[in-house]
Design a protein around this ligand. Structure first.
Ligand code: MTE
Ligand code: MO
Length: 383
């Protein structure tokens, strides 16, 4: 595989793997703005970044169990109504390094920044599927299609040199309220190469692995995608399963991500000045479930204070707000007094009442996905 034509990248990114390129921003960059700048947005790849140099030649084919297969040009996609959705994309492997410290897991290591919040614009997948004769809110096509598979242009070793692919259920793909996009813009500008130029899928509220970049074709199929990343990866196993007794077919591919939060204003080993400080971070849940509450503790979880939450450029507010972006994170901040060496903790609660689990051991899994345990940071008092 050829890594000689990778795009330029921001020097502040922390590189977790060079080839393929996997990198995340420093924690502090995440809480400096509600919308994550493109160059600091985490990059998660499984192969070299493909090159699409002639946009006029670019086509997306829509095929499989549809009435009339079609090839769409970018012009065709641009002609459809343009929707803009603010959505947080999170890799299922976010916070894997911390899970691996409890007990070794397999996979690229990530700190707490394998996620970002972007403003995505593009056509709704539901509108695109209508062009091939599939009505809105369909769970099955006349030819028996129940899943929509996205196939990429890139090549990766997990697929034995074939393209990256994933699928979502047809009912989600054809539901306009699910806001699944074929996005061509990120933060108001055409996608760059790292993030899927010229066209990518964005499945809000679902682990990043299903938001296929560099889209080549859309396949309507009867069963979920049989690709590596659906069947042999991105599944959550119980702590008892190891590499000797694993049976991949016993679990479903992970779709929605669970409630998550992390502190971003502090690194693990920070020395702070005695006294008042502001703890900042992010909280997000999958499936469009908003964040109900974020609790912060400075005594390892014995006592808690409620943090202020905000989206957009708003001043922090506590009450839920009708302006809220349902697919996006909230940033939080809490003013606390740190009088001695302390364990600072954050935990979030989503609107369904789901709470992050306390201990990583309880959710340990051999692939190291979905580490949503309480985020703990040790600080020492210094001068
Ligand atoms: N799409 C393709 N074609 N190839 C990939 O390697 N990685 C997936 C997803 N889509 C991937 C892909 C994973 S695991 C994640 S978390 C997101 O893209 C990351 O998107 P980003 O690099 O734009 O942040
Ligand atoms: Mo991912």
């Amino acid at each position: 595989s050829d890594y000689s034509q990778e795009p330029p990248r921001h020097p502040a990114l922390r590189i977790n793997s060079e080839k393929p390129f996997n990198a995340e921003p420093p924690r502090s960059a995440l809480v400096s703005s509600y919308v994550t700048p493109v160059d600091l947005f985490y990059k998660r790849n499984h192969g070299p970044i493909p090159i699409v140099d002639d946009l006029r030649m670019y086509r997306v084919s829509i095929m499989g169990l549809v009435g009339n297969a079609k090839e769409l040009s970018m012009e065709d996609i641009w002609r459809l109504p343009k929707y803009t959705v603010t959505a947080t994309l999170q890799c299922a492997g976010n916070r894997r390094t911390a899970m691996s410290k409890a007990r070794k897991v397999r996979g690229v290591g990530w700190d707490v920044a394998a996620l970002g919040n972007a403003v995505w614009s593009g056509a709704k997948l539901a509108d695109v599927l209508e062009l091939v004769g599939i009505p809105k809110l369909s769970y099955i096509t006349q030819a028996g299609g129940k899943h929509v598979e996205f196939v990429s242009i890139d090549k990766c070793k997990e697929e034995k040199g074939g393209p990256y692919k994933a699928s979502i259920p047809l009912i989600q793909a054809t539901n306009p309220e699910a806001d699944v996009l074929l996005a061509y813009d990120m933060n108001g500008k055409p996608l760059n190469r790292d993030h899927g130029y010229p066209l990518r899928v964005v499945v809000p509220g679902v682990i990043g692995a299903r938001s296929v970049k560099w889209l080549d074709s859309i396949n309507v199929i009867a069963e979920e995608c049989q690709g590596f990343f659906m069947q042999k990866d991105y599944k959550m196993f119980p702590p008892s399963v190891n590499w000797e007794n694993i049976n991949w077919s016993t679990r479903r591919p992970q779709m929605d991500f669970p409630v998550q939060s992390a502190i971003c204003s502090l690194e693990d080993t920070d020395i702070v000045k005695d006294g008042k400080m502001t703890v900042k971070g992010y909280a997000v849940s999958g499936g469009g479930r908003g964040i109900e509450r974020v609790d912060v503790s400075v005594d390892g979880g014995k006592t808690w204070v409620e943090a202020l939450r905000y989206q957009k450029g708003d001043v922090p507010y506590i009450a839920d707000d009708i302006r809220s972006d349902k697919w996006a994170w909230v940033l939080f901040e809490a003013n606390v007094d740190v009088l001695q060496n302390a364990e600072i903790v954050a935990k979030a609660v989503d609107i369904a009442g789901n709470v992050q689990p306390e201990n990583v051991e309880d959710i340990w899994n051999l692939r190291g996905i979905l580490n949503t345990s309480w985020h703990k940071v040790h600080v020492r008092i210094g001068h």
